[in-house]
Design a protein around this ligand. Structure first.
Ligand code: PLP
Length: 420
């Protein structure tokens, strides 16, 4: 019998097991303040979106100013300064070779747009290329297209019949990278696919699985040789997370299509973009209206969200921002160092500002009983951490201090003492 006190249906929440939600009234920097007066350290950037900190004044002011001027306008046939300026600045920062910006409102939608761009490209130039290649353990969002190109399993078992077929290549585990590259090469040769979609350097929801830049570079080279469109899903990895503004920079890779969202507004408002090469746009450019790119969201390029994103880009113009990311990466390395010799953990790893480690347990996997137990333990310690099964990861806003990190990692150590 449902006994929920609130009519709200929360995401990724089993209400029969967890019906008590922590009520947050205010956020500042790396902290969240609860209705009952506690201060929580946000160790996962509120699901990977907050970069410079909660309620960053520069972003907040930009939102306030734009909200009073123009807060929504149809984006077909109309345009506005925040979108125009943002698009121009994005193309300056993004890997070279990208020429057009399509706006949407979430990571999932930006992936749908990327897939539709790729399929639309091949369709409009008259080639039968429809198959998508994906990487094992990937996550690209929860819409039907996003689920189709993501790992099949628990999260989408009920929706299997809706999902389209893809070809999966193995995750490049350390020492086994060649198997991934060989698989990609043979799929590109034998199946003549439309595109390969991949999360560069770090697979987020799949368990914070990390691989090296040279593998990304090789995968791009293989795709290029077969003219397979290379789609980089930087929804999580973008905006400094991996130590550089975008993960692709580390491999010197220019994707054909790239998706950015999450940190694009510093985490203040929902917005996403899909950037593409000129020839993908050009394949849709015609006096023939059947070649139109038939996609829109009601709030495409919402002016307030664009203003927030522009404020985020301003912050990235200040050298202190990337210096901050570099020093956070060093602090994270220092904080996680002692766990490498701790026999209760394995796969202790870091890419840029993200660390992850697996608590050794008999029941691994997302549904492992240890996951909710850890989450409750951390909640009682006023830490916002949300392990993926037995994988604990720390992805804090860049304003977090060493003292905050000490508290986070002390919590992780104590959790292992209490629960392992
Ligand atoms: C979060 C995420 C998405 C989906 O973004 P939403 O804004 O939640 O729809 C897609 N791809 C990756 C890599 C993500 O981490």
């Amino acid at each position: 019998m449902p006994t929920s006190k609130s009519p709200i249906w929360h995401p990724y929440t089993q209400h029969a097991l967890q019906d008590e939600m922590t009520r947050i009234v205010r956020g500042d920097g790396a902290y969240l303040h609860t209705a009952d007066g506690r201060r929580i350290i946000d160790a996962i950037s509120s699901w990977w979106v907050i970069t410079h900190g909660h309620c960053h004044p520069h972003v907040v002011n930009a939102i306030k100013e734009q909200a009073g001027k123009l807060n929504q306008i149809i984006f077909a046939g109309y345009t506005h300064d925040p979108a125009e300026e943002l698009a121009a600045q994005l193309l300056k920062l993004a890997p070279r070779g990208l020429d057009h910006v399509f706006f949407s409102d979430s990571g999932s939608t930006s992936v749908e747009v990327a897939l539709k761009m790729a399929l639309g490209y091949w369709h409009n130039i008259g080639k039968q290329r429809i198959r998508i290649i994906v990487m094992q353990h990937s996550y690209h969002g929860d819409t039907v297209g996003g689920m189709s190109v993501g790992a099949r399993g628990l999260f989408n078992a009920a929706y299997g019949p809706l999902l389209f077929d893809v070809t999966s290549i193995p995750f490049p585990r350390r020492g086994q990278e060649q198997a991934t590259l060989d698989a990609l090469e043979s799929v590109c040769r034998d199946e003549i696919p439309a595109a390969f979609i991949v999360e560069p350097l770090v697979l987020g929801a799949g368990g914070m699985l990390m691989y090296e830049a040279w593998v990304l570079k090789e995968m791009k080279r293989i795709c290029e040789a077969s003219e397979v469109l290379f789609i980089a899903d930087e929804v999580m990895t973008g905006w400094g997370r991996t130590g550089t503004l975008f993960a692709c920079e580390q491999a010197d890779v220019s994707p054909d299509i790239v998706c950015y969202s999450k940190g694009i507004t510093g985490g203040a408002l929902p917005l996403a973009v899909t950037l593409c090469r000129a020839d993908i746009f050009d394949a849709h450019y015609s006096k023939d209206r059947t070649r139109t790119f038939f996609h829109s969201s009601s709030y495409t390029a919402n002016p307030v969200a664009c203003a927030a994103a522009k404020a985020n880009l301003d912050l990235w113009q200040v050298p202190a921002t990337s210096q901050r990311v570099i020093s956070l990466a060093a602090m994270q390395e220092q904080a996680i160092e002692s766990f490498r010799a701790d026999s209760r953990f394995e796969n202790v790893r870091r890419t840029g500002t993200i660390t992850a480690l697996d608590l050794k347990t008999r029941d691994a996997g997302y549904l492992a009983g240890i996951g909710p137990k850890l989450q409750t333990f951390f909640k009682d310690r006023n830490l916002l951490l949300r392990p993926l099964g037995n994988t604990i990861y720390v992805m804090p806003p860049y304003c977090v201090t060493m003292a905050d990190l000490d508290e986070i990692y002390a919590g992780i150590r104590d959790a292992a003492d209490a629960l392992a």
